[in-house]
Write a protein that binds this ligand. Structure first.
Ligand SMILES: NC(=O)c1ccc[n+]([C@@H]2O[C@H](COP(=O)([O-])OP(=O)(O)OC[C@H]3O[C@@H](n4cnc5c(N)ncnc54)[C@H](O)[C@@H]3O)[C@@H](O)[C@H]2O)c1
Ligand SMILES: [Zn+2]
Length: 357
């Protein structure tokens, strides 16, 4: 069992990581757990994990809502349904909202918690690797709008994050790999030693060895916590967490839903960003090779889909990271280091993308 502290003054909280954490949820949250609790989950997750959670909350007044499974349901319709339920069931401002699921459930539940009665207590129980190392930490909550992902949301920190690595056993291999892409990202942007550790423990991680998993999740959460503590509202440093995402989002947007998972798209995006960095003399050829080899070891894609430059440009410009009409790119400058770069010619970007397809 491991713990990571997210230091944000009076909004600080603890991330609990280990086996059997679901069964420990009440113990680890004992001092602050609300009398009225409302669990948001989906049927895929609830079939395994709702009952074990309910079993430890018998002293509480608990209701739950199962949203439909899928990114397309992280929307205002699901949000409104949940609000109706909370209001009709008489939930008050002292209640707590629990997210039990992946990033989709977590983002929606967090936005519900941020806005119901102007904000109620929120607890994250992330059940996918991606949500355990990324979306459950840092307080970004959101729903999608037909015109784009995460266009409606709030910064809202949870009271705690409970990571039960046993939950990963039921995850599909593809969703598991998707989370590994974000773990590799942390090593590249922030921690050369961690990257080195990943290179030497790739096989154990792929086999979901509990010790290796706990360490990789803990180190990822520490890095995210550190970045968030220094730059909660993404004025600077936090932007580095978007490595590979501008290209990744273009891939996700241009392909039909489900063709590429988020982590797969990020993996291909990291390759494009790293190549762009190498071509513009910011990253050494050997560091590029190490990045590519690690992603390959995790069986993540290192080539992007063949799409016309106009599509790339359109989707990248739609990405909300574009500021003052200029494309900004997060580029690795060494293993463990990255920078935001804006003055790259479109022709250079187009050539690199072609090379990576
Ligand atoms: N808030 C943030 O900072 C942040 C960061 C990154 C991503 N996100 C968001 O996270 C979402 C993606 O999250 P995700 O990858 O977890 O996707 P997801 O929530 O859709 O989960 C992937 C699939 O796994 C299923 N699942 C979840 N836990 C399971 C388990 N233990 N066993 C079996 N199946 C399980 C889900 O039902 C779903 O079908 C996106 O909406 C993205 O925008 C948010
Ligand atoms: Zn991501």
């Amino acid at each position: 069992m491991a713990e990571v502290q997210v230091s944000l003054g009076e909004r600080s909280y603890t991330i609990h990581i280990g086996n059997e954490q679901l069964a420990n949820f009440r113990t680890t949250n004992a001092h602050k757990l609300n009398k009225q609790l409302f669990i948001i989950t989906n049927p895929t997750v609830s079939q395994y994990y709702l009952k074990p959670l309910l079993n430890v909350l018998t002293d509480h007044h608990v209701d739950f809502f199962e949203m439909r499974d899928g990114e397309q349901f992280k929307n205002l319709d699901s949000y409104a349904e949940i609000m109706d339920r909370l209001i009709s069931k008489g939930y008050n401002r002292d209640c707590g909202i629990i997210a039990l699921g992946g990033g989709v459930v977590g983002d929606l539940a967090g936005f519900v918690a941020a806005t119901f009665q102007r904000g109620v207590d929120f607890y994250q129980i992330p059940t996918t690797l991606l949500s355990q190392v990324d979306s459950s930490v840092g307080g970004k909550t959101a729903v999608n709008h037909p015109h784009g992902k995460n266009l409606i949301g709030a910064f809202y920190q949870p009271k705690s994050v409970t990571i039960d690595i046993d939950c990963l056993q039921t995850l599909t291999e593809r969703d598991f790999r998707s989370g590994l892409a974000e773990i590799v990202k942390y090593g590249i942007i922030y921690d050369a030693d961690f990257f080195h550790w990943l290179e030497h423990h790739a096989a154990e991680l792929k086999q979901q060895d509990p010790d290796a998993l706990t360490y990789a999740i803990k180190r990822s959460c520490e890095i995210k916590a550190d970045v968030v503590a220094k730059d909660e509202r993404e004025k600077g440093l936090r932007a580095l967490l978007n490595l590979g995402h501008t290209f990744g989002h273009a891939i996700e947007a241009a392909t039909t839903y489900g063709e590429w998972t988020h982590g797969e798209a990020v993996s291909a995006g990291i390759i494009i960003a790293s190549k762009l960095s190498e071509v513009t003399q910011r990253l050494s050829a050997s560091d590029f090779r190490r990045i590519k080899e690690l992603l390959t070891a995790f069986e993540l894609p290192t080539r992007c889909p063949d799409m016309p430059w106009e599509s790339w440009l359109e989707y990248m410009q739609r990405d909300k990271k574009v500021k003052d009409d200029q494309l900004h790119f997060v580029l690795p400058t060494a293993i463990g280091q990255a920078d935001v770069v804006k003055d790259i010619e479109h022709t250079t970007v187009a050539a690199v993308i072609t090379e990576c397809c």
